[in-house]
Design a protein around this ligand. Structure first.
Ligand code: SF4
Length: 359
């Protein structure tokens, strides 16, 4: 595997938001925790009672009710990534999953508005696949260290250095980067996408650890880039060995964005969707999920018989999305995701090629 250096991100192009009189701001609803709110949200608390303390519910429930009411008013759908907190994931989201699942589901919705509870590149991907819908992100600052590690200009330079070598980019990239790529992938389908190109060598960008994992699963020669996820690269093999020494019965499952010494310690490696399926199917007595820690809470709420050990690494970008910010997003229709139409057309091709890949 060949590795290349990351360069700093460039500023995003600023486009003018569209003005639609149908989406005028709405008044702030009451956020009191009344008996009626308690009764209306009781079934939702049942879903999360093992992971959200009862003392916190009276603060969350009024926001949850207000958001669910506003979704109907705006004809909006909420897409939430597996790393969103349980009150978002289980109580206001309509569609949940990993990047691939969200990208696919985003193409099926007939809502007028998509609120993306995730990070900026995910909202951009939804916009690429739904150019005629309004796509909102509750906090425009929700970025990603991987997406920030590479630019479209970097890819143009790489193509000069490796003429004829196809470029696969992880979906955790900006629309500018996707527009310069032959095909996108997620951690669910990375190996499949690389092999689908029928090439001897593929540039796999920008996650160096995912690239190294893909290289270990295929005969295709992989050229990688020095990007990394700031959450997954903090785990170490030594940390996992210490957990296993303390309890040899523990099952360790890791995300392929983790460094190789972490993957080497894992009993199973897979995308967030595959990790969740693995736990729900295998039902281990005790599991350590080596990924962003809200994911463990979200799966734990569904399998109360499994004990989760949580070495808690939070993604600061994902955690910018909160109930109050989702409410503001729906009330004031902000912040709208806009992508330059020329860039969008090229980027959409790379995403659609992935979405349409037969598995
Ligand atoms: S967990 Fe890592 S890859 Fe995912 S959004 Fe956060 S920084 Fe990016």
């Amino acid at each position: 595997m060949t590795m290349l250096e990351a360069t700093p991100d460039i500023a995003r192009k600023v486009l003018k938001p569209s003005v639609n009189p149908r989406f005028a701001p709405l008044p702030m609803p009451s956020l009191d925790y009344t008996d009626a709110v308690a009764a209306e949200t009781a079934h939702l608390y049942e879903r999360v009672k093992t992971v959200i303390p009862a003392i916190e519910w009276p603060v969350m429930a009024p926001y949850i009710k207000a958001i669910n009411d506003l979704k109907k008013v705006r004809n909006a759908v909420i897409l939430a990534h597996n790393y969103q907190t349980p009150e978002i994931y289980h109580c206001v989201a309509d569609i949940v999953g990993d990047s691939l699942q969200l990208a696919k589901e985003a193409t099926k919705t007939d809502a007028d508005v998509i609120v993306q509870c995730g990070v900026h590149f995910m909202a951009e991907t939804s916009k690429l696949l739904n150019p005629d819908k309004v796509v909102l992100i509750p906090d425009m600052r929700a970025g990603c260290s991987l997406a920030a590690s590479i630019t479209g200009a970097d890819i143009r330079l790489l193509r000069e250095r490796y003429p004829g070598v196809p470029v696969v980019t992880y979906v955790n990239t900006s629309a500018d980067v996707k527009a310069e790529s032959d095909m996108c992938c997620t951690s669910s389908n990375a190996v499949e996408v690389v092999e689908s190109l029928g090439a001897d060598t593929v540039m796999f960008l920008p996650d160096q650890y995912l690239a190294s994992w893909v290289a270990s699963q295929t005969k295709v020669k992989i050229i990688s880039w020095a990007g990394a996820c700031e959450v997954h690269e903090r785990f170490t093999g030594a940390e996992l060995r210490a957990y296993r020494e303390a309890d040899p019965t523990i099952q360790i499952i890791a995300h392929p964005e983790c460094p190789p010494d972490v993957i080497a310690e894992a009993d199973f490696t897979g995308s967030t969707a595959k990790m969740a399926d693995w736990v729900k199917t295998r039902r281990p007595t005790k599991v350590l999920m080596v990924t962003e820690c809200s994911m463990a809470s979200n799966v734990a709420a569904e399998v109360p018989d499994v004990e989760f050990i949580r070495p808690c690494n939070l993604c600061p970008h994902m955690k910018r999305i909160t109930l109050p910010r989702i409410l503001d997003s729906l009330l004031y229709m902000k912040d709208e995701i806009l992508v330059d139409p020329m860039v969008a057309a090229k980027a959409r091709r790379a995403v659609e090629r992935m979405v349409n890949l037969k598995s």
